[in-house]
Design a protein around this ligand. Structure first.
Ligand code: 8YV
Length: 328
C-alpha cells in the first residue's frame, strides 16, 4: 500500500497553480472563499492535520499551538515574516516552523523605492487633484516637492530587502546610511556604498528619508517611538514596508499632522487593516494596503517554497526554510 499522503490545511486562497500542485502532492484542504478563518476553525484544523499553512492574517499563538494534535508537525508559513507565529512555543511542542525568505526581497524593495520617490515628490496629492477634477492647469509653483538625488536615505535593517533598496537608491543618487544589529563586512558596505551608524539615534538626526526594513520582534516593537521620531528633521520622510508595529503609529500621525515630519509612505500598519483614520486623512502620506510583495511572480515563488518545505519535511528531512531559534 502506498504511504498515506501528508495532510495539509491552507488557511487562505493561494494562486491557482500553487493550489493545483498542492492537490497533486498532498491531501490538502483549501479555502476557496479566502475568508479569514476564526480561531476555532484554525484550532480544529490543527487538531486534525499534519501541516498548517497560515499567512500573516492568522495569529498562531501558544494557546492555538496547545490545541494541535500530536500529528501536527509543521507550520509552513506562506510569507517571510513570522511575527504572527509563536515560534518558541511551537519548538517546545516539537512543531517545526518554516517561512518563505528571499523570494519577496526584490518586489518589496521596488515598493519601498516607489514610496521613497512618491511621497517627497507629492504623487498622491497630484493624483487626487486630477481625480477631483480640480486641476486648472500647470503652474510654476504648484505641487513643488523635494529632489531625491543627493538626499540622505537611512535604511533601518540592512538584510535582504534593505540591500535591494540600497542598490536601487544608489542609482537614484541617494546618499546611503544604515543601522543594523550587526555591522556588515566592509567589502559589502563598499559594494553597496553604505555608511554604518552604530547609533540609530545619531543616524535618525541626520537623514532625510528613513526606510524601515527590520522584522517585528520584541526588540523592534515601537523602535521608532515618539522620542526617536522627534530626533528626525521636520523635513524628513518615513517609509515603512516592513511591519507597522515597528513605528508608534499614533505618535507618527500626531507629528505628521503637526508638521514635525514632512510625510510618510506606509505599506504596513500597527493594527493590520484597522488604519488610524487620522492618518488616512492626512495629505502628506501615501498609504498602501500591504501590497509590497504582491506580484504574481512573487506569490508563485512563495507557494513553491511552501511546497518544497512541506515535501522535504514529508520525505523525512528538515525543511530548507526552517525558522531556527537563533532567528528569533
Ligand atoms: C506577505 C509579508 O505578503 O512575507 C511577509 O512577511 O509581509 C508580506 O509581504 C505576507 O506576509 C503573506 O503572508
Amino acid at each position: 500500500m502506498p504511504p498515506k499522503p501528508v495532510s495539509v490545511f491552507v488557511t487562505r486562497k493561494l494562486p491557482e497553480p500553487v493550489e493545483a500542485r498542492m492537490k497533486e502532492l498532498f491531501d490538502v484542504t483549501l479555502n476557496p472563499s479566502d475568508r479569514v478563518l476564526s480561531r476555532d476553525e484554525i484550532a480544529q484544523a490543527m487538531a486534525g492535520s499534519d501541516v498548517l499553512v497560515p499567512t500573516i492574517t492568522d495569529r498562531i499563538d501558544a494557546g492555538l499551538l496547545g490545541q494541535a494534535g500530536p500529528q501536527m508537525k509543521l507550520v509552513a508559513n506562506f510569507g517571510a515574516g513570522f511575527d504572527h507565529i509563536d515560534v518558541a512555543s511551537a519548538l517546545q511542542r516539537n512543531i517545526i516552523v518554516s517561512n518563505t525568505p528571499g523570494v519577496l526581497a526584490e518586489d518589496t524593495a521596488d515598493m519601498a523605492m516607489a514610496l521613497i520617490l512618491s511621497v517627497p515628490r507629492r504623487l498622491p496629492e497630484g493624483e487626487k487633484l486630477l481625480q477631483s477634477n480640480n486641476w486648472t492647469g500647470w503652474s510654476p509653483t504648484a505641487l513643488m516637492g523635494h529632489r531625491i538625488a543627493g538626499k540622505r536615505l537611512g535604511i533601518l535593517g540592512l538584510g535582504r530587502i534593505g540591500r535591494a533598496i540600497a542598490r536601487r537608491a544608489k542609482a537614484f543618487g541617494l546618499d546611503l546610511h544604515y543601522h543594523n544589529r550587526r555591522r556588515l563586512h566592509p567589502d559589502t558596505e563598499a559594494e553597496l556604498g553604505v555608511r554604518y551608524w552604530e547609533s540609530l539615534d545619531q543616524m535618525l538626526a541626520r537623514i532625510d528619508i528613513l526606510s524601515i526594513n527590520v522584522p517585528h520582534t520584541p526588540s523592534t516593537f515601537h523602535l521608532m517611538n515618539a522620542r526617536r521620531l522627534k530626533l528626525m528633521k521636520p523635513s524628513a520622510y518615513v517609509v515603512n514596508t516592513a511591519r507597522g508595529e515597528v513605528i508608534d503609529e499614533n505618535a507618527l500621525t500626531r507629528m505628521l499632522r503637526a508638521g514635525e515630519l514632512a510625510g510618510a509612505g506606509l505599506d504596513v500598519f500597527e493594527h493590520g487593516h484597522n488604519v488610524n483614520p487620522d492618518l488616512i486623512a492626512l495629505p502628506n502620506v501615501m498609504l498602501l494596503p500591504h501590497m509590497g510583495s504582491a506580484t504574481r511572480e512573487g506569490r508563485l515563488e512563495m507557494g513553491e517554497k511552501v511546497i518544497i518545505n512541506i515535501k522535504t519535511f514529508a520525505d523525512g528531512h528538515r525543511p530548507p526554510d526552517q525558522v531556527l531559534p537563533s532567528m528569533l
